[in-house]
Ligand binder design. Structure first.
Ligand code: ITT
Length: 193
């Protein structure tokens, strides 16, 4: 089955395709020749995820899904949260991570979680699927894999960051894998695949 993923983020695309395997062929915005910067003005992950799918539904009239994700750090009042992509004012992840580490400073309270909300628009109906993974933010970057805030996040029960894991290891436990698993189960139950 072919599914359209309303994303410009190649890392998300790679993770999701690996999670769903051969059963689904995922097409991104770029695969459709769409390079629009979809507005994300919501204050919740649900709102932003829905804005991504609404945009594609309005523009092309196609069923699709979108993912809005972010890192919620308890000591920073759940920031960067929905502002994860541009926390420092730009999409420069070096700056975004530097800002997180500077704001946390020596704070010993470093609990955090990654959250993904998937919006699915299918046959005229709206659905949401959520995935969360708890963990903590470390003091310095570790690892060179993954993307975004992966080098500073260690999931609960592990001793390495997402950036020190292989794609397969991250996909066993991640927020995105949990949300995508729910999406895939829904499509299966609904006999879409
Ligand atoms: P699309 O909207 O095109 O899908 P985006 O990068 O703008 O891509 P978001 O609006 O969901 O995606 O931004 C979330 C940011 O949070 C993202 O840019 C990363 O910096 C970070 N992020 C999301 N998922 C992550 C993950 O699995 N690991 C590390 N950082 C992640």
């Amino acid at each position: 089955m072919e599914l359209i993923f309303a994303t410009n983020n190649a890392h998300k695309l790679e993770e999701v395709q690996a999670i769903v395997g051969d059963k689904f062929s995922i097409k991104s915005l770029a695969d459709m020749g769409c390079f629009d910067d979809i507005p994300e003005t919501g204050v919740t992950f649900e709102e932003n995820a829905k804005q991504k799918t609404d945009y594609l539904v309005d523009k092309y009239g196609l069923d699709c899904f979108g993912d809005d994700s972010g890192l919620e750090i308890d000591a920073l009042n759940k920031e960067p949260g929905v502002y994860s992509a541009r926390y420092s004012g730009s999409r420069d992840m070096e700056k975004n991570i530097d800002l997180v580490l500077a704001k946390l400073g020596d704070n010993l309270e470093r609990t955090a979680r990654f959250r993904t909300v998937i919006s699915l628009f299918l046959n005229g109906q709206q659905h949401f699927f959520e995935g969360v993974i708890e963990g903590h933010v470390i003091h310095e970057r570790q690892g060179s894999g993954g993307f975004g805030y992966d080098p500073i996040f260690i999931p609960e029960g592990y001793d390495k960051t997402f950036a020190e894991m292989t794609l397969g290891e991250k996909n066993q436990i991640s927020h995105r894998a949990i949300a995508v698993g729910k999406l895939a189960a829904f499509l299966k139950e609904d006999n879409v695949v």
